[in-house]
Write a protein that binds this ligand. Structure first.
Ligand code: ADP
Length: 452
């Protein structure tokens, strides 16, 4: 087993990884920017190294600075968390070259899944259902029109290097396609330095459902079931839950089996998430794979009792899945997560500054993952997620009641947060009934505005 791990991240996920290290008896090393000097991940790690000024490019995304810290601290492995360098194949390669274990899949697999149209082809080849669309990159607007005619409008243009919903355009009619193609291409070039686009059939009112997998370095891959992530605003998830009200045991088993087989073929190891859209006939279609731990992983941990971050570390140390999991995956109860962002709850503008009061709820079935505290400051430079409130109940009804009461007891003062928005969503009859799709939040906000 590793003796020392560097955590190449900040905020709640850095703390989450440090917790896993502590439980495994591994020393942890935090890295931090000058803006994070007083952060809890710095306080709770066994060692901490300042790696630069606040700007991401000069600190947490600065590969030479991160690697130097790892060498100075003499660590065996690096856990990248999510975001930042977690899906950077080049970083994983540099770690390998420096004989530091990157806790994640191989650079080749990260690269394959990072090019979304290649990932689509790999999934299709092994029998994972994908949406009808172009075979690879669409070279011009004319070629796009040809594919779209075959597939049938509406279609969606997507950036092969995509992420965060950028470089995506819905095309409803053929004559709109050339202009939208140009827009998506320039947005993708600006965001990713790569303007390549591909095209997919657009699904009306889909649900976003993803599968969590774990694979070891001996060819074994297991599915831990799904998370429902349809409650999103501008493609950013706000609430996640497991199980999905639309999932059946048969479908879960079928998709789980095809994913295990496919990812074992691809040589996938460590934690990963495969994202699907579900249409109104409950058919699932692959859209992309994330080759890292996800923000919403606690939802799966709550219903399976598997510690995903400890599993990642044990797998990276060479352990077999059978030894990591010690038994079959069993799903118990229902879990829900609300992402608490430092944002204005309706305008969604960031709200950095000093937290004056921080009173997180507790009690049966409640879990909080956070690095925030009273008198602490939320710097303006980073992601706005400050806490994840996760509950588990014996069924969805109990989980909903528990979440409502926990949100009512969560007091954060000094900055704006999304807590009031979550309280309102939890009271919405459609949400409570499980009747929603990825357009829920936009409709919910529009409804409220007319009501005011
Ligand atoms: P990104 O990597 O930029 O987040 P994704 O491919 O994961 O892009 O898609 C993000 C979101 O966009 C999905 O959760 C879904 O809401 C919407 N979306 C993507 N593809 C389609 C599609 N073919 N039909 C309908 N909605 C889609």
């Amino acid at each position: 087993m590793f003796k020392k791990i560097l955590v190449a991240n900040r905020g709640e996920i850095a703390l989450r990884v440090i917790c896993a290290c502590k439980e495994l008896g591994i020393r942890s090393v935090a890295i931090y920017s000058e803006a994070d000097r007083n952060s809890l991940h710095v306080r709770f790690a066994d060692e901490a190294i300042c790696i630069g000024p606040p700007q991401l490019a000069l600190s947490y995304l600065n590969i030479p600075a991160v690697i130097s810290a790892a060498e100075i601290a003499n660590v065996d492995a690096i856990h990248p968390g999510y975001g930042l360098l977690s899906e950077n194949a080049n970083f994983a390669e540099v770690c390998e070259a420096c004989h530091i274990k990157f806790i994640g899949p191989t650079p080749d697999v990260i690269r394959l899944m990072g090019e979304k149209e290649k990932a689509r082809a790999a999934m299709k080849q092994h029998g994972v259902p994908i949406l009808p669309g172009s075979d690879g990159v669409v070279a011009s607007a004319e070629e796009g029109c040809e594919w779209a005619r075959q597939v049938g409008f509406p279609v969606i243009l997507k950036a092969t290097a995509g992420g965060g919903g950028r470089g995506m355009r819905i095309v409803r009619e053929e004559d709109e396609l050339p202009a939208l193609y140009r827009q998506a291409q320039s947005e993708a070039s600006a965001a990713f330095g790569n303007g390549d686009l591909y095209l997919e059939k657009y699904v009306e009112r889909p649900r976003h459902i993803e599968f969590q997998v774990l694979g070891d370095e001996h060819g074994n891959v297991v599915s831990l079931g799904e998370r429902e992530c349809s409650i999103q605003r501008r493609h950013q998830k706000l609430i996640e839950e497991s199980p999905s009200v639309k999932m059946t045991p048969e479908l879960r088993k079928e998709i789980g089996e095809v994913l295990s087989k496919t990812l074992s073929h691809v040589g996938y190891h460590n934690a990963g998430t495969i994202e699907f859209l579900m249409d109104q006939e409950r058919r699932l279609y692959f859209i992309e794979m994330n080759t890292r731990i996800q923000v919403e992983h606690p939802v799966t941990e709550m219903v399976t009792d598997v510690d995903l971050v400890k599993s990642q570390i044990m797998i990276a140390a060479g352990e077999k899945l059978a030894d990591v999991l010690q038994g079959p995956i069993v799903h118990r109860g229902h879990a829900i997560e609300c992402r608490i962002n430092a944002e204005h709850p309706e305008k969604f503008t960031p709200s950095a500054g000093k937290i004056t009061t921080f009173n997180p709820p507790g009690g049966t079935g409640v879990r909080i993952d956070t690095a925030a505290y009273a008198e602490g400051t939320i710097p303006p430079y980073y992601d706005s997620l400050i806490a994840k409130l996760v509950v588990r109940g014996k069924d969805r009804s109990e989980a909903l009641s528990r979440m409502s009461r926990a949100l009512g007891m969560f007091i954060v003062e000094g900055i704006h947060t999304t807590i009031p928005l979550h309280r309102r969503i939890l009271a919405d009859p459609e949400f409570r009934a499980g009747n929603f799709d990825t357009g829920f939040i936009e409709r919910f906000l529009a409804k409220k505005e007319t009501a005011i």
